[in-house]
Design a protein around this ligand. Structure first.
Ligand code: GTP
Ligand code: SPV
Ligand code: MN
Length: 582
């Protein structure tokens, strides 16, 4: 082991946590196989039906540990104001005291794995190295899918000292002793008391969003909770789109879209995280730092997301799904027929009469993007892909139309900053409650979001992507979705790309530019004109109430709120109060 800084840090954590063994992971297939064997014999992993689901496994996390825990997630900047009003803050000293007390001798009798990983394509100047120390072999096998793990990362690092230091320890899983702490000034993460997803796979939200957002601010780039997709139009033009939707609001599904319109083809570059860099050509270029998907299982089926279903046919890890008698994974929405008997996500017998879901609503699949039929070769491009359009969106049963376009970059940043979405099962807490979630980054921005808005505003420029807002989740008075979603979302992407190519005009409304209802391609679909009108409706009265609520939200940032956003806010209110005569 040549890298002295890395070795010293690993030694210091070993001294504290006193594991019985230390294993440096190289990311090889043999290492992966051996870990899976070990996990299966320990009963931690269940091997699925080898014929139907080759090399695939089920993992059940502790029932109190099934989603990200935002209340136990902390930004530990030296100055509290740098965490901002939307993050939990703890002083670095306090956080270390608390977490070190839990880490002390916590790996006694256990193996400590050292997991080097690379975020971003091999050889890219955008890529970054992290090392996660963990006592969870489940984390190790997941990191191998989600990142470029092992020797590849050590090669990239060389004898450099610039790597994110992450310590993860399962500890006793007691929610009161669960801390996910981020130290932006030392690029360190300390995570204890959870073995689940975004809390434990430190490469994902902790490194690639919370710490990377701070680094991006310093170095003039953006770390975003966005998918990246490529669309080829019938004319053969290729565009790349990045879209920020909050957790469990449709990123993976849009990224893997199979077009309902003939002639359009979608390719997947990323499904959750995007690093955006300004290029010398004035455009914004996007890189997916990850190598795999940790996707929501419920609702995924061969009609809604055929590419996801193909991706998980082999070499997948399922977390908290149900299990059928023949050793297949199962979740709500997988098929029309619900099996009479299942083993539920907790491992208990289940029948329909139980009246509760068999899979956890936040059950997930972990699979390499290389298994995905729509994967784009550009995923490994060292400079990334140039972005033509940025989409913001969320779950809004009311109010937000199917799609609208921001007037310009500053207005687009305002649209992103005032995003609201209904909460989902991806984080602990109530589900279905609307909350402000700027740029889908509320739980993931590692610094003061007022400063984050200012940072976004600096990216204005003539060649920057156009910004749009979309909403697949508007409902009628009976609570049914007005828009069919999934593969049909290509119809909205079509209008967006027509706008990008300047092939279609739009109607100015107070909130932004709307499509004419005749400009949404509804060929070969059942879409009564009144339903499309309802989908595109902008009600001034309710929008004024929305704007007032958003005003109160923005005020929380005090003098860190950029003047430009204050001005955009005032302009929106004026447009809503005094719309130009039609
Ligand atoms: P994270 O991985 O948590 O960041 O989520 P995500 O944004 O990738 O969400 P994902 O695509 O996994 O979708 C979450 C849920 O929304 C799933 O249950 C989907 O079936 C559902 N969903 C996705 N797209 C649509 C859509 O267009 N319409 C409707 N009605 N539901 C959708
Ligand atoms: C999300 O919650 O946005 C996810 C899943 O993508 S997790 O990795 O748990 O954060
Ligand atoms: Mn996510």
């Amino acid at each position: 082991m040549a890298n002295q800084a890395l070795k010293q840090w690993v030694d210091s954590i070993a001294k504290l946590a006193t594991p019985d063994r230390i294993v440096w992971c190289n990311g090889s297939a043999e290492e992966d196989l051996a870990l899976k064997k070990e996990l299966v014999s320990a009963g931690t992993l269940i091997a699925l039906n080898e014929k139907k689901w080759p090399n695939s496994f089920l993992y059940r996390s502790h029932p109190n540990d099934v989603a990200r825990t935002e209340a136990q997630t902390f930004i530990c900047s030296r100055d509290k104001a740098d965490a901002g009003p939307t993050n939990n803050w703890m002083s670095p000293a306090d956080a270390e005291t608390r977490v070190y007390a839990i880490l002390r001798q916590a790996m006694r009798g256990r193996t400590m794995y050292v997991v080097p990983y690379l975020m971003g394509p091999v050889g890219s100047p955008c890529s970054r190295v992290g090392v996660e120390i963990t006592d969870s072999p489940y984390v190790v096998i997941s990191m191998r899918v989600m990142t470029r793990m092992g020797q590849i990362a050590l090669d990239h690092l060389g004898d450099g000292t610039d790597f994110v230091r992450g310590v993860h320890c399962t500890a006793d899983l007691h929610p009161e002793r669960r801390y996910i702490c981020h130290f932006p000034e030392t690029s360190t993460i300390l995570s204890v008391g959870s073995g689940y997803g975004g809390n434990a796979l430190l490469s994902k939200k902790c490194h690639s969003l919370r710490l990377a957002s701070v680094q991006g601010r310093r170095e003039n780039w953006l770390a975003e909770h966005m998918l990246i997709l490529g669309v080829t139009t019938p004319a053969g033009h290729k565009h790349y789109v990045a879209a920020a939707f909050p957790s469990a609001c449709g990123k993976t599904n849009l990224a893997l879209l199979v077009s309902a319109l003939p002639g359009y083809k979608v390719e997947t570059v990323g499904d959750d995280i995007c690093w955006l860099h300004p290029g010398n050509d004035g455009r914004l270029w996007a890189v997916n730092p990850e190598a795999g998907m940790f996707g929501v299982a419920p609702g995924t089926n061969t009609r809604s997301n055929p590419n996801a279903m193909t991706s998980v046919r082999q070499n997948a890890i399922f977390t908290n799904v149900a299990l059928t008698a023949d050793g297949s994974p199962w979740w709500e929405g997988l098929d029309d027929e619900v099996p009479g008997r299942l083993t539920d996500w907790r491992g208990l017998g289940w029948t329909l009469e139980k009246g509760e879901p068999a899979a956890h609503p936040n059950a997930r699949f972990t699979v390499s993007l290389r298994e995905c039929p729509s994967m784009s070769r550009e995923m490994d491009s060292t400079r990334g892909v140039p972005i033509s359009a940025i989409l913001f969106g969320g779950r809004r049963a009311r109010l937000a139309p199917l799609v609208y376009e921001a007037f310009n970059w500053d207005h687009g940043v305002y649209v992103g900053a005032t995003m609201v979405s209904e909460t989902t099962a991806a984080a602990n807490g109530d589900v279905g409650v609307p909350r402000n979630d700027p740029m889908a980054m509320l739980p993931f921005c590692g610094y003061n979001m007022g400063d984050y808005f200012a940072h976004w505003l600096t990216f204005a420029g003539p060649k920057r992507p156009k910004i749009f807002h979309v909403n697949w989740f508007r409902k009628d008075n009976d609570g049914k979705f007005l828009w069919p979603g999934y593969g049909e979302n290509i119809r909205v992407l079509k209008w967006i790309l027509d706008r990008v190519e300047d092939r279609v005009s739009a109607i100015d409304s107070p909130i932004g530019r709307l499509p004419r209802s005749t400009d949404i391609d509804t060929s070969n679909m059942l879409m009564p004109a009144n339903r499309l009108r309802a989908l595109l409706d902008v009600d001034r009265g309710t929008w004024l109430q929305e704007a007032e609520r958003n005003g109160a939200f923005l005020e929380r940032f005090g003098d860190r709120l950029p003047m430009t956003l204050r001005r955009e806010h005032g302009a929106l209110i004026r447009r809503l109060e005094f719309p130009p005569a039609a």
